[in-house]
Ligand binder design. Structure first.
Ligand code: ZN
Ligand code: ZN
Length: 162
């Protein structure tokens, strides 16, 4: 038995723990829940398999220009049905989350996986020239005159004095 899961979440922003990024598109979630079978202790195992898509607004690592990064995150998560044991949650590793009160909580899983998949480095283009470290000009828009300053004859005159 397979149960399709389709949802659209309006989530304005997401954080990777360091920075917060705007989500330009609502999170588009498509996937399915299906029955896997029983685990070794006789508990029912249900799996969610799907994909979440959105578009994040991030800043280029080199020139700080805003870039829109499409994100598509594949998610697979298994859930185990049954009473949680009193002792602890040690029965469950992250691969098998408990189903509590007959509810499969996809929200945390999806949030967590999206956060994990936010790219650490973003470039506006492969060969982004970045900013001039001296004047701060965006070198993609044309070279600045900082380097030329060093070859200025007036500098040579100064060097001769030293
Ligand atoms: Zn750039
Ligand atoms: Zn410069």
């Amino acid at each position: 038995m397979r149960l399709p899961v389709e949802a659209t979440w309006n989530i304005p922003e997401v954080s990777d723990g360091f920075s917060t990024y705007s989500c330009l598109e609502p999170w588009d979630i498509k996937g399915e829940l299906f029955y896997v079978g029983m685990d070794e202790t006789g508990k029912d195992v249900i799996e969610f398999s799907g994909c979440v898509r959105t578009v994040l607004r991030m800043a280029c690592d080199r020139c700080l220009r805003q870039v829109d990064i499409p994100l598509a995150v594949d998610i697979r998560q298994r859930f185990v049905k049954g009473e949680k044991t009193d002792s602890s949650t040690s029965d469950y590793d992250f691969d098998y989350l408990p189903i509590v009160n007959d509810v499969i909580d996809l929200e945390d899983v999806i949030h967590y996986d999206v956060q994990l998949n936010i790219p650490a480095k973003v470039l506006c283009k492969e060969d982004c020239l970045g900013l001039c470290p001296i004047c701060g000009k965006n070198l993609n828009e044309g070279l600045c005159e900082c380097e030329e300053d060093f070859s200025d004859p007036r500098w040579d005159a100064l060097k001769n004095l030293l």
